[in-house]
Design a protein around this ligand. Structure first.
Ligand code: ADP
Length: 441
């Protein structure tokens, strides 16, 4: 069976099981209510009979059967669940009904049960199940409760017999059934709703799996495409550089100008390919971090010297005043180099005039490096999205500056993998300060 069939079978199972549980629960509940009701009724009859038997001793001895009958009637009207009652005595070996409530049937005759109780029962009330009647498909049970009337000499002088029909219980049960039917309908509606959600959820999960598959394909494509692009662009750049440098003879200024444009575009293509390669490596977890003691001063000095001509060409001051004897950080040297190259490159790229200032601070076990510029700055809204991949701030000033919007995302992944952090303080039109924290130990 495939997964889809299993899911459907499961859903149908749930659809059947839950109402079934509700029904079974209701049946069990009503049956126990029924039993409790029966017991309660019999207890009532028992109590009524005991009261009669206590108050009847004198009346039976005085043969005041009219008063006895009055008592039976009074009892019956106070207890509507009881049917007729009667008092039976033994006279000359025969059983004789000496008093009965007005509702007793005319054909009421003493029976063996009554006799047995009269002769042998010394203990108290005895309840006997008589029959089950089907009253318009509502079964009702008839019970008989007999209580001996015992005189001072501990002789049984009479028996009080009361009949009761458990029809009242039936009403309660019918009510319960009706309510459980409503509960059943509501639970079915809820289950159907639940199933809808369940199917939607299954849909979402499938979509997610598909998306993951798609991501994987995209990553694979990216990885292959960037690899394939890297080699030709490196070769093109090599040949163009050779031409410009005069390896194949003197180059006319006009041609040199054209080749320089081609070279800068190749550089642009190269850095895009490099960024895409890094993104796919990060995504696939293929970046290996070799943790060693890294000298940030040495790294920053090298980068600053590399970028000094570019900064000077733009008329920017590039300042770095190294702190003496600064402890080394625990990180991957190559990645640290990429992080600061990217930040210093950005600072120069997004600053029109003024300066780029690199600072080192030690705070306990952390080295904080500030890359502060007097550039365009970043709006509050753009700041929220700054470290997202492919995000570039779009203003009239940044419009003409080329970039991929991948650099900050990539270096954030590197820094966090090295247990560090990156943040930015910035104000539009004033400048930015990128703050990198790296751990000493
Ligand atoms: P790229 O520079 O290739 O566009 P980055 O991820 O390095 O990509 O930077 C994302 C965006 O953040 C840039 O497009 C730029 O708008 C903004 N940004 C980065 N550094 C600075 C900075 N120092 N000053 C102002 N804006 C910056």
């Amino acid at each position: 069976m495939d997964r889809k069939k299993l899911e459907i079978a499961y859903s149908i199972g749930v659809l059947i099981a839950i109402p079934l549980i509700v029904v079974v629960n209701t049946v069990i509940l009503t049956q126990s209510t029924n039993k409790a009701f029966d017991i309660e009724l019999r207890r009532k009859a028992d109590l009524a009979n005991s009261i009669i038997s206590q108050s009847s001793i004198q009346l039976i001895q005085d043969k005041d059967y009219d008063k006895l009958q009055e008592n039976l009637d009074a009892l019956e009207s106070s207890q509507p669940s009881l049917m007729h009652s009667a008092v039976i005595i033994k006279s000359n070996e025969d059983l004789k009904i000496v008093a009965h409530s007005s509702s007793a049937p005319v054909e009421l005759t003493p029976n063996a049960e009554m006799e047995a109780n009269l002769v042998y029962n010394r203990k108290g009330s005895v309840a006997t199940f008589i029959d089950t009647y089907d009253r318009k498909s509502n079964p009702a049970q008839a019970w008989n409760v007999m209580t001996p009337v015992i005189d001072e000499k501990k002789d049984v002088i009479a028996v009080v017999s009361t009949s009761l029909l458990t029809v009242d219980a039936q009403e309660v049960i019918n009510n319960a059934y009706q309510k459980s039917f409503i509960v059943l309908i509501i639970s079915i509606i809820l289950i159907v709703g639940l199933l809808f959600r369940h199917f939607r959820l299954v849909g979402y999960i499938r979509l997610l799996a598909k998306q993951r598959e798609l991501n994987q394909t995209m990553n694979d494509f990216l990885s292959v495409a960037t690899h394939e692009l890297k080699a030709p662009t490196t070769i093109i750049k090599g040949y163009l550089s050779n031409v410009v440098e005069g390896d194949f003879g003197p180059v006319k200024p006009k041609i040199k100008e054209q080749i320089d444009v081609a070279l800068s575009q190749t550089d642009r293509l190269n850095s895009l390919v490099q960024d895409l390669l890094n993104v796919s490596r990060v995504d696939q977890g293929r970046i290996e971090y070799k943790f060693t003691s890294v000298d940030t001063t040495k790294i920053l000095n090298t980068i600053i010297e590399n970028y000094r001509p570019i900064a000077e060409e733009k008329g920017l001051k590039l300042i770095f005043s190294p702190v003496d004897n600064l402890p080394f950080v625990n990180a991957d040297e190559g990645r640290v180099q990429e992080v600061f190259t990217n930040l210093i490159d950005n600072a120069i790229k997004y600053t029109k005039n003024g300066s780029v200032n690199v600072q080192q601070i030690q705070k306990k076990d952390t080295i904080i490096i500030n890359i502060r510029d007097t550039g365009f700055g970043i709006s509050l809204e753009a700041k929220q999205r700054l470290f997202q991949r492919f995000y570039r701030v779009k203003t009239s000033e940044t419009e003409t500056i080329s970039g991929t919007g991948l650099g900050l995302w990539i270096i954030k992944q590197y820094i966090e993998a090295m247990n560090g952090s990156i943040d930015v303080e910035t104000m539009e039109g004033v400048g930015s300060n990128f703050i990198v924290k790296l751990q000493i130990k």
